[in-house]
Design a protein around this ligand. Sequence first.
Ligand code: KG4
Ligand code: ZN
Length: 353
Amino acid sequence: MVVLGIESSCDETAAALVADDRRILADTIFAQIAEHTPFGGVVPEIAARAHLDHLDETIAAAMRQADMKFADVDAVAVTGGPGLIGGVIVGVMMAKAIALAHKKPFIAVNHLEGHALTARLTDDVAFPYLLLLVSGGHCQLLVVEDVGRYQRLGATIDDAAGEAFDKAAKLMGLGFPGGPAVAAAAAQATNPVRDLPRPMKGRDDCNFSFSGLKTALRQRVEAMRAADAFDDATRANLAAGFQAAVVDCLIDRTRHALEIARAAHPRLSALVVAGGVAANQHLRGALQQLATRYDLPIVAPPPRLCTDNAAMIAWAGIERLRRGETSGFDYAPRPRWPLDSTAPALAGAGVKA
Ligand code: KG4
Ligand code: ZN
């Protein structure tokens, strides 16, 4: 089975062809960085229009890469939510049109499920596993028990971790996207700032919060600017301090989640990390140490498959289709779509589900 996957829920316009034996036959991404850079963040209406402008060509490029025609495809999978709704609508309409015209099954998949199951595409990880999902739009800890069975142990109550990196970079004048910019500045630090707060650390739930850390950083930056002391060296030291604080919070919350997950699932197979922030080398190193302490393998898919992409959507589609599931052509795009519908709703900018 070969599935065409389409992703357009944030600022990546992406298409991929994936086979059910875990081969990625094509994987194309048009990243809208230039469109959003002047604003220092993703502007939903600009994103929706850019998806409309680029999705045709992105899909055509994927078909060329795999040297396939629509007739060769067995089904069309698309992100049906959660995400920026204009973009989700563009993708869903496109997927329905292709499926209808070529008489193929259509399946709308949850974007978060795409991230959650990527480790099965890349590393064939067995259920159950603990997933730390950290990106610009999501920050959650989930036990992935099976396809469609997720237990959310914690999530952010305000900003997502990647969003915090992006806002910190903007505050320090480091550019967009913020994560790689903060990491690059941090690498130049000679004396990292050590006393930034670690919100939620030690709490006995598994939730995250980054807004207090961001406020503390803003106060530092403003004070230094006022004292005319905000030079490159100071900026690097602040960036390193900020990065260390975020990593510390993520590790503390993940450690707590591991305890809970292990108690409930003694046969936990791995600690999996996904999402754009998983590209952060400090985080990867710290997670590796944590997993070793719990005698678990750590699975971190390559950065290209950690950030938003369509291969993960095609793969989630395959996992669902293999179970005989499809969606109807009356499927309605969803701005919010929690993976764990039993978990209480959380209100916050970084919470799409
Ligand atoms: O998964 P992704 O591409 O898109 C969303 O679904 O949000 O994640 C993008 C996020 C951005 O916030 C970006 O700043 C962050 O991932 N990011 C990083 C790094 N690379 C990307 N954060 C920290 N360190 C990095 N090296
Ligand atoms: Zn994502």
